[in-house]
Structure formats: C-alpha cells, structure tokens
Write a new protein. Structure first.
Length: 235
C-alpha cells in the first residue's frame, strides 16, 4: 500500500513509523508512506501557508494556493488521479473498524491533514473526495488522526501481524468487544486466572470467551450489543 500524507508537519510521523509493528511493516514493504510538506509549495519568501480568516475571528486558516499546488503535483507525480483525497476533519464520517477494513483493500491513500483553525473551504470543495473524523473531540491537527487511520489500516494488511487471527478476533471486528485475556503466572498476588482457560478444553474455552465478550459488550456498549443480537436473530 502507498500512503501519501499532505501535511505542514511531516516530522510528526517519525515516531509511529519508526517503532514496533509499523516499523517492521515498512521494512517488509507492506506499505510505504510518502510525506508531502505543504510548506514546500508556498511561493513567497516566508513560506506562508496560512492567513487570517475573512470576516475576522480567532485562528489561522490554510491558504488555498500551497495546498492546491501540493495536491495537484503529488497526484501528477505519483499517478494518483483515481485515488480519493481524504480530509481529516471533525466534520467527517466517524472512523470505524469497517472503514479500516475498507481502506485496507485500497492500494493507495491520500490523507490531507488540516491544522490551526482549519482550511479555506475552496480546498475542500474542489479537491476533497471524502471526510473522516476520528471522534467527537478536537485535535490540534489532522496528523494524529492520520496516524490513527494508518495504524488501524496497516495492521490489517497481509503479513503485517504475525498472526492475522489476532486482528480478526479483535473488538469491533467480531461484532463484540474483546473478552478478557490472562497469561502466566497462573496465580498473581493471590489472583488466579480462570480455571477454564487452563483446562485444555477448547470448546469450553471458546464458550467462556464468547460469554464474557457478550456480557462486556452488553454492559459497556448497548449499541453494539443490540446490533449483535439483531444479527444473531437474523441467522
Ligand atoms: N475549527 C475546526 C472545527 O471546529 O471543526 C477545528 C480545527 S482543528 C483545531 C485543526 C485540524 O485538526 C482540523 O482541520 C483537522 O484536520 C484536524 N482535526 C481535529 N480534530 C479532528 C478529529 N476529531 N478528527 C479528524 N481530524 C481532526
């Protein structure tokens, strides 16, 4: 997968790409990130990419020219004419596991990160194909939202996780929240791991895990629980 990120703060991405599973996935060439710095497309000598808001008010707004130049030249250079431009914005559709699955099936992504108060609406009207929010709260910029998208998408790509079963049994993927997990020691500070998990009886273990997942989902996420019950009734 090829991921193009349009950002004024490319250095923010070094942390996630240089550690853990994503670092290994980069080394395995499961995906490649291209960071495109909006500032390189600013034409004036101060490399100004933002300006005051017409009509007044607090906060700076990304100017249209550098972002238009950046996106148009990235699309041309990397042959991305058919690739949707995805803007990270609080006004977008809420990111979810089904969306992560859908994005993981694409070969190329273009993620546009806002910053400051926002961006000139003409950028959104003319260049953006879809808008994604990672939740009902405000970040300083779209970079962290883009990182959430990259992380949740890349772990679904073939070969990235050592055991793909790990991804397909995660919360949301199964239609439920995950069940509790235990590892050694069997007793820690007087707290014993559930006996059934050490029984070797796989049918019983699966039954216990399913019951736990259903109960946790019922208590914590009645919305997801309701959908699960409806899908069980449909089967
Ligand atoms: N004025 C904007 C508003 O009220 O919706 C908030 C701007 S925010 C401080 C700066 C940038 O961070 C946004 O342009 C967007 O790219 C990104 N951002 C902030 N919160 C986000 C969220 N929940 N999901 C995705 N991107 C977000």
């Amino acid at each position: 997968m090829e991921i193009h990120i349009i950002t004024a703060f490319p250095n923010m991405f070094s942390g996630i790409l240089d550690e853990s599973i994503l670092r290994r996935a980069v080394q395995q060439r499961a995906f490649k990130v291209h960071l495109h710095d909006i500032r390189h497309y600013a034409k004036d000598k101060h490399q100004q990419i933002d300006d005051y808001s017409y009509g007044g008010g607090a906060g700076m707004i990304f100017k249209p020219e550098p972002i238009f130049d950046c996106i148009e030249s990235v699309i041309k250079e990397h042959d991305l004419a058919d690739v949707p431009v995805t803007l990270l914005t609080p006004a977008g559709d809420t990111w979810s596991q089904p969306k992560a699955v859908e994005f993981s099936l694409r070969n190329k992504l273009i993620l546009l990160c806002g910053h400051y108060k926002g961006m000139d609406q003409r950028i959104i009207d003319e260049l953006v194909d879809e808008e994604i929010s990672i939740g009902d709260y405000i970040l300083t910029g779209g970079e962290i939202a883009a990182m959430c998208i990259i992380d949740s998408v890349v772990r679904l790509l073939p070969g990235v996780l050592n055991d793909i079963d790990s991804a397909v049994t995660d919360s949301f993927q199964t239609g439920l929240l995950d069940h509790p997990h235990y590892t050694r020691p069997e007793v820690f500070r007087g707290l014993a791991a559930p006996k059934v998990l050490l029984s070797g009886n796989h049918a019983e273990i699966e039954k216990w895990r399913m019951e736990q997942a259903v109960e946790i989902t019922r208590k914590r996420r009645p919305d997801i629980y309701q959908k699960f019950i409806e899908s069980e009734n449909d089967d």
